[in-house]
Design a protein around this ligand. Structure first.
Ligand SMILES: [Zn+2]
Length: 334
């Protein structure tokens, strides 16, 4: 038997609490999360949670602590668990892996992963690219993995599709379990990745309007859907004529982005198509903050998770629905 099985047991709980305290009140003064009153006093500790300070609010005559109304509120697990989980999430571990490394139940880590991913998406809500932008697309096999909303097995209405089975040739579609993913990469560095139902002209036009500022320079391949897009200075290379770069005009950055996205998604062993936007959005967050190391990224996520206004929306999954371009683009078309 090893002497120590879990890394977070080496963390100092008090240091973690001081860190979380600093992170939460960095941009705002210490105030009551319920009535925003700044008339507060220290109010002892919790015996079951050493290190967590309690405060008394003179405004609403109630107590609160550093975790009230955040994603970490009333969690039975300690702060070292949460900090390590966020760090592992940024190292693109699956929720099962995180459960193993933390020693928590799989459902706990799955829920945490979704909340933290949602919190990370709050940084990516209104990202729009400008300047010179490259675009590329692919079809990703994503079916109906997971449980039914009421629990238990999902009724597929068809034979189970072996994950290894070769994909049908031709264009994919959401209804054929092959939604499209469009990647927009600015040459200045930032990226936007969207999961869409299909790859028709209307979808691509709507996706471009969301992702790229009008008037930008757009470099793509010769797919007909890109050629019909209006509002941009558009040039393309013709892959069928073995043309991959013509001076400045190429889309190698966008293709490179997919070479990173594919192994990232493979870690999760098949993703349900309804969850695909969340995973793709989180990858977009990781790419856009790629200059920072995994812990700095984790700190960004924790900071969002400690913001009550973001935490409330992240728990409900509001950010990921904004990222869900399946319906967004569909309603825009109808
Ligand atoms: Zn209060």
């Amino acid at each position: 038997m090893p002497i120590l099985s879990y890394l977070h047991q080496l963390f100092n709980v008090d240091t973690c609490h001081v860190y979380i305290h600093t992170l939460r009140w960095k941009d705002r003064s210490l105030q009551c999360p319920r009535c925003q009153s700044q008339d507060v006093d220290p109010w002892g500790n919790y015996h079951y949670r050493p290190g967590c300070k309690r405060y008394w609010c003179h405004g609403c005559k109630r107590t609160f602590n550093d975790l009230t109304n955040t994603l970490l509120h009333q969690s039975k697990r300690s702060l070292p668990h949460w900090i390590l989980a966020t760090f592992l999430l940024c190292l693109s571990c699956s929720s099962r892996r995180i459960a193993r490394e933390l020693g928590v139940h799989i459902r706990t880590s799955y829920r945490w992963c979704w909340w933290l991913r949602n919190a990370a998406l709050s940084y990516e809500m209104h990202r729009q690219l400008e300047g010179t932008v490259e675009a590329d697309d692919l079809y990703h096999t994503a079916g109906n993995k997971g449980q039914a909303p009421q629990g238990g097995k999902k009724t597929l209405g068809r034979r189970a599709r072996g994950r290894r089975k070769k994909r049908e040739p031709g264009r994919g579609h959401y209804d054929k379990d092959q939604p499209a993913i469009i990647a927009w990469g600015s040459r200045q560095g930032s990226v936007v990745i969207q999961a869409t139902r299909d790859f028709t002209v209307k979808t691509v036009q709507k996706a471009a309007d969301l992702a790229v500022q009008t008037g930008s320079r757009l470099y793509t391949d010769s797919a007909s859907s890109y050629r019909a897009v209006t509002g941009y200075v558009h040039e393309y290379v013709n892959h069928t004529k073995k043309e991959y770069a013509r001076g400045e005009v190429h889309e190698n950055r966008a293709e490179c982005l997919f070479s990173l996205l594919k192994p990232y998604l493979r870690v999760f062993r098949g993703i349900s198509k309804c969850n695909l936007p969340g995973y793709v959005g989180f990858f977009q967050f990781l790419r856009n903050f790629r200059q920072q190391n995994a812990f700095e990224q984790a700190e960004l996520i924790l900071r969002a998770a400690l913001d009550p206004s973001i935490a409330g929306r992240a728990k409900k999954g509001e950010f990921v629905t904004c990222f869900d371009h399946f319906d967004l683009l569909q309603t825009a078309i109808n």
